[in-house]
Design a binder for this molecule. Structure first.
Ligand code: CA
Length: 228
């Protein structure tokens, strides 16, 4: 995910770059409005973070020119608290969102992801394997149209399995991905959580001859059946 950050305050730029890089984004920085416009117009970024008060050329003018030139890269404005009028003008000029300074990088990162999800539309936010449909944006799972109520952990685990459908995931991979840190791999957390998800699915869709869509791979881990 490539981010263009147009920000004239070096300290803020460095802090945003560090935080977003750590979360897997590639960040290019421009420190004034003119170079920001040129790089934005050249394209190749998934999102532009645009400060409003910039040297040489202000952010709203950059935004206005980009949209006038037909460049539709999503833009999030970085605004100061007292710039309400600018925010409204920015949204009217075609900004997709804004975030008020000071902000946490966690929030900025979440806003970027939410924006990109929103723009990518339903198709990419939905995972479907067999009769199961998982909506990452709404965080809902349905089976043949019936909702399956999952806890947040169960949802994350099912999403991981469905996204990797057809591939075997080890207990260790699942623990690291879903629980986020190193548990003793001999713990049965994963197995217990899988059992709960299976029961919830089977309540709506009884397992057929081939068994649960979540297949146990003896001694290794689990695999979501591709054609489940
Ligand atoms: Ca500034």
């Amino acid at each position: 995910m490539s981010v263009l950050l147009v920000e004239d305050e070096a300290k803020i730029a460095a802090f945003v770059r560090a935080g977003l890089t750590e979360r897997g984004f590639e960040v290019e920085i421009c420190s004034d409005g003119n170079s920001g416009y040129e790089r934005a117009a050249a394209g190749g970024h998934d999102v532009i973070l645009l400060d409003i008060l910039l040297t040489r050329r202000d952010g709203l003018s950059v935004l206005n020119s980009l949209r006038a030139a037909g460049i539709s890269t999503p833009v999030i404005l970085l605004t100061a608290r007292n710039e309400l009028g600018d925010r409204v003008e920015g949204l009217n000029l075609g900004a997709d969102d804004y975030i008020a300074k000071p902000f946490y990088v966690e929030e900025l990162s979440a806003r970027i992801q939410a924006l990109l999800r929103r723009l990518s539309g339903d198709r990419n936010s939905r995972l479907q394997v067999g009769p199961l449909v998982l909506d990452r944006f709404e965080r809902q799972v349905t089976c043949r149209g019936h909702a399956i109520e999952l806890t947040s952990r169960e949802f994350n685990l099912l999403e991981y399995l469905m996204r990797s459908a057809g591939r075997v995931l080890t207990r260790k991979q699942i623990l690291e991905h879903v629980w986020g840190y190193d548990f003793d791999p001999s713990t049965n957390l994963v197995d217990v959580c899988i059992q709960r998800i299976r029961r919830k699915i089977e309540f709506i869709e009884p397992a057929g001859d081939s068994g649960s869509p979540i297949e146990s791979v003896r001694g290794v881990g689990y695999r979501f059946r591709e054609t489940a």
